[in-house]
Ligand binder design. Sequence first.
Ligand code: ADP
Length: 380
Amino acid sequence: MDNIDNLEILLFEDNIGDAGLLEEMLEESNSLYQLKVVETLEEGLYVLKSNFFVVILLDLGLPDSDGINTLIDVHNKAPDTPIIVLTGLDNEEIGTLAVKKGAQDYLIKKEIDSKLLKRSIRYAIERKKTELELEISHEKLEEKVRERTKALEQSNKELQQFAYVASHDLKEPLRMITSFLQLLERRYSDQLDQDANDFIGFAVEGAKRLDNMINDLLEFSRVTRKEIEFNKVDLNNVLEQSSLNLKLAIENNYAEITYNTLPTICADENLMILLFQNIISNSIKYRQNETPKINISATKESYQYIFAIKDNGIGMSSEHLDRIFTIFQRLHTKDEYEGTGIGLAIAQKIVHQLGGNIWAESDLGMGSIFYFTIPENSII
Ligand code: ADP
């Protein structure tokens, strides 16, 4: 036993006969326990203020308190002390309730004998010890999680800041490179041979691509830095707006976009427009020879909406589907299809910010379906 110096037990009992019986039982079992008896809750709480007890034996029916409230008061006063509740034969349920509310054990008065009492005291002490140890390791674990989360948030913030500053500051020197290359081309192209002119052309082309990537990176970091403005958003309007922004691509490719009535959700309207726009523009870009057909639908599950954007495009090999949401990851070269590989990273960021998930199902030549979810708490 831990505290060998103090083996005092506090007994709350207003029936002197019962108290005497328990005292005898303790003596009978040759234990070293001493009993201190209090007859009221008030007296007990007072004694607990300045004394340590190895166990509390608690009759819930006292002159100044009755039922489970007696336990709650005593437990609040001595949260680290094991409590054994003493009940009558006819109200055993209160014993079970007491254990749920923080007591370590309960004994039915009429059934107590010295052996049972001794065993119950030991058991209560051990159980309380384990509980306290568990509590401490739980607290330590929570503290660790809090520390890690804080560190992660900090490094995320720094990374976002870095992406923003880098992309912002890179634009200026790049503008210089592009304009001097153009000057070189305009002034000296007739004095240079074909190879030199080709080299300038490649350099201009590369600078343009870099400019596109920086712009997209800026857009990405804007989405990650932006405070979300939650409002009622009618997704039918969102889709109209996305289609308007993609008007040229839709008309040039004769793309057909269909959708059933979409719900109104609680979200950030501009981010939703960007989300649909990024996925639909891919459905048009990665088209096959036939007319691009894109269908958008929403289905309600118990706690969320699932949106599906289905196309009849070139599709992707299913083994690459995890990669496409990573920034700068592309399955096609720039010569096959224009792009920087940021569109789906932005889409994923938006969905995650709304607490949902995004994924794709596809196979080469079989078209693709992009799914994303919006949890119920974002839905009005
Ligand atoms: P980008 O289109 O600029 O390359 P995205 O992040 O939008 O960048 O897409 C990443 C990659 O995923 C694309 O390069 C393409 O290979 C593939 N992809 C995306 N959408 C589709 C689609 N609807 N059909 C086929 N491939 C797609």
